[in-house]
Write a protein of this length. Structure first.
Length: 92
């Protein structure tokens, strides 16, 4: 995700962090609506992939703004939790 670090820096320099937070919310909302439409057969998977690409870029910017090290640490914790859940025979 951080392969676009220079691009993320330029977008933040141009529009500012606050605008990028707002854009991230907007892109996530668009993806949510698109997934709902896809599940109902109203759009094809290409539309979902396109919206997902927008969210992917915004997540990259958020990671850049909030700190890659903190993000990586949080992901590792979530992965460990998921491994525990998958290995727990008592999970329904």
């Amino acid at each position: 995700m951080m392969r676009y670090r220079d691009l993320y820096a330029k977008t933040i320099d141009k529009w500012g962090e606050k605008a990028q937070y707002e854009q991230a919310v907007e892109e996530c909302a668009e993806l949510i609506a698109t997934i709902q439409h896809f599940a109902r057969g109203k759009v094809d998977r290409g539309v979902v992939v396109d919206e997902l690409a927008d969210v992917y870029l915004m997540v990259g910017q958020l990671i850049y703004m909030l700190g890659e090290e903190d993000f990586t640490s949080a992901v590792e914790k979530k992965i460990n939790k998921l491994h525990k859940l998958l290995n727990d025979d008592n999970v329904c």
